[in-house]
Design a protein around this ligand. Structure first.
Ligand code: ATP
Ligand code: MG
Length: 353
């Protein structure tokens, strides 16, 4: 099968920033937010809050789980053909729009909807004495269900032309069901397309039928420990992974990510096989920025799947890239990814030369 794309990402797009709480922000938000918690806020509040903190922001970046993975894949320099399906709004600060950022990364945007009159998704993390208040504004991401419904057949055709489709969450109530329909149609049309699913904590804990349907369809379900417990419902790892893998087609994998390594689970007939892939974990003093490390792990796994490499080697590449990312702020270390990939190639295919 000749695919047009190696990996297409589908997920919410957010403008992420982290800043210390300023006196102006405190005044502005007094009575409007629950300090220390995650709060959904409207466009006017988030716009005003961004203005109070922008100069002090310590980290500002376009993000979103699938975006992070696709950007990391672009940085590997492996020449992968990439695409993105989502809804981009206006950024709350000056700078290149999301569409342009994706183009610079070489990512196709035929089915990226640009909703220029609307604020993009924003996640502003206000930090004070180690306490973090998250202001989350879903913004243009809330148009995803409508976007998928209005171009259902075109998006199904687009995703069916990808070797791998990597799906991450949206926060509105309607998108999970529409996305599950889209991916079921992709599965029918292109059984060889590999579906990868990183639900994140909100979807993993949602107990929603469409999220369960997405997990049941996925060939790779990527979870950390908390997400495994939330999605698999209580019990030990094996029990939780078994619940996820009991349905769906054969050869599906659950990846459980921990600092000490990743455990992959798969079913072989009635048996659940588990394999632990250990790694040297980084001590706290070496970890500079953990946000998005799981998304970089996904990029490593998917780069290896795209190459047709054994999954165990893919897990090693994912962990190597994630370890590298953890030691840099935002995507500050991504320019080294080609070197990480080259080192991995030497070990993954020793008899290549
Ligand atoms: N101390 C550590 N040393 C080495 N690897 C680590 C360490 N902590 C985490 N990792 C790796 O980093 C990745 C973190 O993934 P995880 O899914 O837990 O991230 P997350 O909190 O969901 O982040 P995000 O969703 O923002 O990417 C995993 O691959 C894990 O193995
Ligand atoms: Mg994650």
């Amino acid at each position: 099968m000749d695919f047009r794309f190696d990996v297409v990402g589908v997920g919410a797009l957010n403008f992420d920033s982290i800043a210390p709480v300023s006196a102006a922000a405190r005044n502005l938000l007094r009575g409007a937010v629950d300090w220390g918690a995650e709060c959904r806020v409207g466009a006017a509040t988030v716009d005003a809050a961004m203005r109070t903190v922008h100069a002090a922001a310590v980290r500002v970046a376009v993000g979103g789980s699938a975006y992070n993975t696709v950007a990391a894949l672009a940085h590997t320099g492996a020449g992968l053909r990439l695409g993105y399906v989502g809804v981009a709004g206006r950024l709350p600060v000056p700078g290149a729009p999301i569409l342009e950022r994706l183009h610079r990364l070489g990512v196709d945007t035929e089915h990226l909807r640009v909703s220029a009159g609307e604020l993009s998704g924003v996640c502003l993390s206000l930090v004070e004495d180690g306490e973090r208040t998250l202001l989350v504004h879903p913004g243009a991401n809330d148009r995803m269900a409508e976007h998928l419904e209005s171009r259902f057949d075109e998006v199904v055709a687009y995703l069916s032309a990808a070797r791998i489709v990597h799906v991450t969450s949206f926060l509105d109530a309607r998108t999970p069901a529409v996305l599950a329909d889209v991916l079921a149609a992709v599965r029918d049309r292109s059984p060889e397309t590999v579906l990868s699913f990183d639900p994140g904590h909100v979807w993993a804990a949602s107990r929603s039928a469409p999220v369960a349907a997405l997990a049941a369809m996925a060939d790779h379900v990527l979870l950390n420990e908390r997400e495994l417990q939330a999605l698999g419902t209580t019990g030990d790892d094996t029990w939780a992974a078994d619940r996820i893998l009991r349905v769906g087609r054969p050869g599906r994998f659950v990846h459980v990510k921990r600092p000490a390594g990743v455990t992959t689970f798969t079913r072989s007939g009635p048996l659940l096989r588990a394999r632990f892939h250990p790694q040297q974990f980084l001590t706290a003093d070496l970890v500079l920025d953990a946000t998005g490390a799981g998304d970089v792990y996904a990029a490593g796994v998917l780069a290896a799947v795209a190459e047709g490499t054994h999954l165990h080697d893919g897990v090693r590449l994912g962990m190597a890239l994630a370890r590298h990312k953890l030691q840099h702020l935002a995507d500050g270390g991504h320019s080294d990814f080609p070197a990480v990939l080259a080192a991995w190639h030497e070990r993954a295919t020793p008899d290549r030369s």
